[in-house]
Design a protein. Structure first.
Lengths: 104, 483
């Protein structure tokens, strides 16, 4: 088990992955629900702003690429889920500013 | 379902698992086919508007002449159909969460489409109806391939919804439109020269079909048939798609949702019934066409109410210019509907003034509503295609631009106001039958299209010169694997 990989590090790394339509990273958008670390394996449970999002493939692949770039990560499993559905209230303050989404 | 992804040489030893392969993004075809259609459409639009500016009498005189019909087919087939077909190959799989049936068929269709519409426009201009029929057959084959491809794609849709219903209706009406067009062309040809080659059974059958089609069309007057044919395509295919697809795209882009499925469904159903009735009553010159015009106006009214509800519930307050273009086009449906009401009034005399109102109706419908809406959506589709083709594989490896960074918002804004000005000036000029003013209006429209062309060029430039930047700072313990 590699102790250097933490949930915080995973989330911080995923800030490098953006939703190009909204121009904001997926963490501040509230799309990443959880990151489970088991040794060198990372399981990311996340969603997208809408089913049928045309960026589905790009974003999921970006998550894998970003996390596989972390030293000590050998296996990434990205699980796209629709329950609970994403809602703008899941966005961080930075996310709302970046996307000009109003108060929820 | 899991799929392995070839991330990089260095990372290939690592395991990457996800549901990527099953996602809608994976359903989109390559960007080549949609872009080929879109670029063809933009060239046709630019040529069309330039033609109007060079020959403004096209809009300043009554519309039953070869130049108006040629220009109309350039706009409808060259511009609108090209964009609609390219966009549908991209959007239908994405919006309906399925996979395009065949990209190869789409490529073959592109050839039939381009040769067919160029030939048709050229031959309409020369008023050679026999050749119009021949090139129309190529177009017919192309449309057949398109309809078959989209229909097979629709059969794969996992969850049927109002957008799928609208797309199904649109391709059905498109088939009828093209068939009606071929019937009209057959009705304007003579087959005397074919008498000497009717020995072969196949040729005899074809000539017999053409004669029958021509005989059938002789029951209707040419002007009514032309108007019915035009409504079939512009409402049945284009307006139907604008309404149906926006129920998916507007909530997606504004972070909202359809507020009333009943309202959405009823707008599409009414649009279909209204069009069926309008087609028959226009063709027969029946006074009942007013009733069906009201039905169509009601359908658009319900659509407008639902769109307002969607926008009121949106979480993304600021609307980008692409959406503003689209919504302005929807607002222009109001004067268009008013004109439809006036022109369908029973017993309305055909005077030079009402003739110009008919020109205005066609112009406002094709350029004001449909083209403006399409340009708005192009500002969503083209950046996506370019981004997807250029940057998709770099996400997570380097800083990639957002879609809005690919084009100039200033140019887009200027284009919006230039287009609106062009519409207003040309609209007034058409009513006044003033050719000089039509030219001025078309110059504004051409200026607007120049901004669109510049922005499209800026976007396409990213294919050759991607703007990738290294991440400013990466979290601790991060090492980038060589690509």
């Amino acid at each position: 088990m590699n102790n250097s990989i933490t949930e915080e590090l995973v989330f911080e790394t995923l800030r490098q992955v953006i939703d190009p339509e909204l121009g904001c990273n997926i963490v501040d958008l509230g799309l990443v629900y959880s990151a489970r670390i088991n040794g060198a394996s990372v399981v990311v449970v996340m969603t997208l702003t809408t089913p049928g999002c045309p960026m589905h493939e790009s974003i999921a692949q970006g998550v894998q690429t970003a996390l596989l770039g972390l030293e000590g990560v050998a296996d990434v499993d990205v699980q796209i889920v629709w329950d609970p559905p994403w809602h703008p209230s899941m966005m961080s303050e930075q996310g709302r500013i970046a996307t000009r989404v109003g108060n929820i | 379902m899991e799929a392995s992804l070839p991330i990089s040489a260095a990372a290939s030893a690592k395991r990457a698992r996800s549901a990527v392969g099953t996602g809608p993004g994976a359903n989109a075809p390559s960007v080549t086919v949609p872009l080929a259609f879109i670029l063809t459409g933009l060239i046709a639009l630019f040529i069309g508007v330039s033609w109007l500016a060079a020959r403004p009498t096209i809009l300043a005189t009554y519309h039953y002449n070869q130049f108006v019909i040629a220009a109309t087919h350039l706009f409808v087939l060259g511009w609108i159909c090209s964009i609609v077909m390219g966009a549908m190959y991209q959007l239908v799989p994405v919006a309906l969460e399925t996979r395009l049936f065949s990209e190869r068929l789409a490529k073959i269709q592109f050839v039939f489409h381009v040769v067919g519409f160029i030939g048709m426009v050229w031959m309409f201009k020369s008023w050679n109806m026999k050749q119009v029929g021949h090139f129309g057959c190529l177009m017919f084959v192309g449309v057949g391939l398109f309809v078959y491809n989209i229909a097979r794609t629709l059969l794969r849709v996992p969850k049927w919804n109002v957008t799928a219903t609208a797309v199904t209706a649109a391709i059905s009406w498109l088939s009828l439109t093209v068939t009606a067009g071929l019937f009209m062309a057959a009705g304007k040809c003579s087959y005397d020269s074919a008498e000497s080659i009717t020995n072969a059974a196949g040729v005899t059958a074809i000539i017999s079909c053409l004669r029958s089609a021509g005989a059938f069309m002789s029951h209707f007057d040419a002007l009514s048939a032309m108007h019915a044919h035009a409504h079939l395509g512009s409402i049945g295919c284009f307006t139907m798609l604008i309404v149906g697809v926006s129920y998916k795209l507007i909530p997606m882009f504004t972070l909202s949702e359809v507020r009333s499925k009943d309202r959405a469904v009823s707008s599409v159903v009414l649009l279909n019934f209204g069009l069926a009735g309008a087609f028959v009553t226009i063709l027969l010159r029946s006074p009942w066409k007013f009733l069906f015009a009201l039905m169509l106006i009601a359908a658009l009214g319900i659509y407008g109410i639902e769109l307002i509800a969607i926008l009121r519930a949106r979480k993304r307050r600021a609307l980008d210019w692409g959406i503003k273009y689209f919504l302005t086009a929807v607002v222009l449906m109001i004067p268009l509907s008013a004109l439809a009401g006036v022109l369908s009034w029973p017993g309305l005399p055909l005077t030079p003034f009402t003739g110009q109102l008919e020109n205005l109706y066609g112009f406002l419908g094709l350029i004001g509503v449909i083209s403006f809406a399409i340009i708005g959506m192009l500002y969503k589709i083209v950046p996506f295609l370019v981004w997807f083709g250029t940057y998709s594989r770099h996400v997570g490896r380097a800083q990639v631009p957002a879609l809005a960074d690919l084009y100039s918002e200033k140019l887009q804004t200027f284009g919006y106001f230039a287009f609106l000005s062009g519409l207003a000036i040309t609209g007034v000029a058409i009513v006044l039958a003033n050719a000089l003013l039509v030219r001025v209006g078309c110059v504004f429209l051409a200026a607007s299209l120049s901004t669109l062309a510049l922005n499209v060029a800026r976007m396409l430039k990213h294919f050759c010169h991607p703007e990738l930047k290294p991440f400013a700072s990466r979290p601790a313990s991060v090492s980038i694997h060589p690509q």
